[in-house]
Design a protein around this ligand. Structure first.
Ligand SMILES: [Zn+2]
Length: 507
């Protein structure tokens, strides 16, 4: 086995096939991913007999030329051992680099994602490990599973440019601890439960009552000092004067005050628990019903700064609709005008990146986002990688896709509850009307896309009477059989996402 420096890579190794981009030579040992039959990947370690790697890795040993070969399962222990040795397999903070989160429900998408990253070039930074706690629960994966799957994909792709790992939508200190243990570097705090939406329609008298109920000691503040910071003068963010009258300040404070206190608690917990390990933070308030106004954005950023929170990106709730798996719904010009003000606030009060959640398939606004932020932006995508997996099997495995689609339709009304989507069952094609050759069209029809998108958790975890997952195993096996087609589909899909960001990327 020779790595990229070698004269002639040997691609067969004691009966297994080496995935050539994964070949890594370091400190006298060689590491590679190999296919060990039936689409199963193994880690191959070649080193002198009795040397240190043989104590760290767990696998089956055999002779290879004058050295020893260990064939290791892709276990948590072997992932940890490899990460200790190979620096570029450890995530790092990405700071203010233009970046893209490439979430993956299944754990097989990273090689395709990184092909897209390579194709667009530039200094765009990647976060191939990114799932929310909610998504992990729905797919029965742990933070460590997500991290390790991404790492094996990074090794397989031969990606040595570094990466970030996003512990997405964390709501509690227990969430933080689980993700710290798994080595995440990017912590997205979601105080959504603490945002008080009733502030939107409350009367002035109600707002004054609610203001009195804010956790003032935790906010290290009092109503009079709050008023003194905001009233009577505009806050300038470049050319935008953000003005608070009493009503606007009351509304912002009541709506977000509890959320500010919660983020402060999460942030201080992380700083202590991480104990010298590298980390960075995103603040996300994107999952509210009504948009975050510029004044509310100023309030959130000003208060968090005053309380010592440091963050690299922030996700307001923007105007328009960010529905799953379809393009932006709304007036693109109005979006850009509003987004421009948020970008000016982010530069003036940070600088920090603006983050786009539910960012898959929002092709009509990417240009505006990169232009207005001048690359100070982070894109999050996740669900459409699952749709590309379904597209990949639509041709070669029509019976499986048809069964998944039928089941998704059964689950749709229940599963859509936690999403803002406008898909309707009666507008999506009836399974019985579709010939096998027409199944790929499901991935082009917006209603069917959303139906398939929001039911991923049910599809991946439904069990037959004997306890085996009905669709998960067949889907994973099919994707392993058609791995290069899956990667090609992901590459084509994500080049369209990433190219506008790479064009503005800040290194
Ligand atoms: Zn989000």
């Amino acid at each position: 086995m020779e790595d990229a420096d070698g004269e002639r890579p040997t691609l067969a190794l004691n009966g297994v096939t080496v995935l050539p981009a994964s070949l890594t030579r370091l400190e006298g040992a060689q590491y590679a991913l190999v296919m060990a039959g039936a689409g199963e990947r193994r880690l191959a370690v070649i080193a002198p007999p009795g040397s240190a790697p043989f104590n760290d890795f767990q696998g089956t040993a055999s002779e290879y030329q004058d050295r020893s070969l260990l064939l290791c399962p892709l276990s948590e222990r072997n992932a940890a051992a490899l990460r200790r040795r190979v620096g570029w397999l450890r995530p790092t903070p990405l700071g203010q680099r233009t970046s893209a989160g490439l979430g993956d429900r299944l754990g097989l998408a990273t090689p395709g994602h990184l092909q897209a990253m390579r194709a667009v070039g530039g200094s765009l930074a990647a976060m191939p490990a990114q799932q929310s706690i909610r998504e992990m629960e729905r797919t029965e994966r742990t933070p460590q599973d997500v991290m390790d799957d991404a790492m094996w994909g990074i090794l397989e792709a031969g990606w040595r440019a570094g990466f970030g790992a996003d512990a997405d939508h964390l709501k509690t200190t227990a969430d933080i601890d689980r993700c710290l243990a798994a080595g995440y570097t990017f912590y997205t705090f979601d105080p959504g439960h603490y945002v008080d939406a009733t502030a939107e329609r409350a009367t002035p008298a109600q707002l004054r009552t609610l203001l009195g109920e804010l956790p003032w000691p935790h906010l290290e503040d009092a109503p009079a000092t709050l008023a003194a910071r905001y009233l009577d003068r505009p806050i300038w963010c470049e050319s935008h004067a953000i003005r608070f009258d009493e009503a606007a300040l009351l509304r912002a404070a009541v709506k977000y005050g509890h959320a500010i206190a919660h983020v402060v608690a999460l942030s201080r917990h992380l700083a202590t628990a991480a104990a010298g390990r590298p980390w960075e933070v995103e603040i996300s308030v994107d999952e509210t019903d009504l948009p975050t106004t510029p004044a509310e954005h100023v309030y959130i950023a000003t208060e968090l700064r005053r309380l010592g929170v440091r963050w690299v990106s922030l996700a307001p709730r923007y105007i328009g609709q960010f529905e799953k798996a379809v393009d932006y719904v709304g007036d693109v010009d109005a979006f850009e005008a509003d987004f421009a003000v948020h970008a000016a606030i982010a530069r003036s009060l940070g600088p920090y990146k603006l983050s786009l959640h539910s960012g898959s398939d929002k092709f009509s606004i990417y240009e505006a986002c990169t232009r207005q932020t001048q690359g100070l932006v982070h894109l999050k995508t996740a669900g459409t990688s699952y749709l590309e997996a379904l597209r990949t099997i639509a041709g070669p495995e029509p019976a499986l896709l048809r069964a998944i689609y039928r089941f998704a339709r059964e689950r749709f009304e229940a599963d859509k509850a936690t999403y803002h989507i406008s898909a309707r069952l009666d507008r999506a094609p009836e399974p019985a009307t579709l010939a096998d050759r027409d199944l790929p069209r499901l991935l082009e029809q917006d209603d069917a896309r959303q139906i398939l998108h929001v039911t991923f958790g049910s599809v991946l975890t439904v069990r037959d009477e004997n306890g085996t997952r009905r669709y998960y195993g067949p889907l994973m096996q099919a994707l392993r059989r058609h791995g290069s087609a899956y990667a090609a589909n992901l590459r084509a899909h994500f080049v369209r996402h990433l190219a506008p960001f790479a064009a503005y990327a800040r290194g």
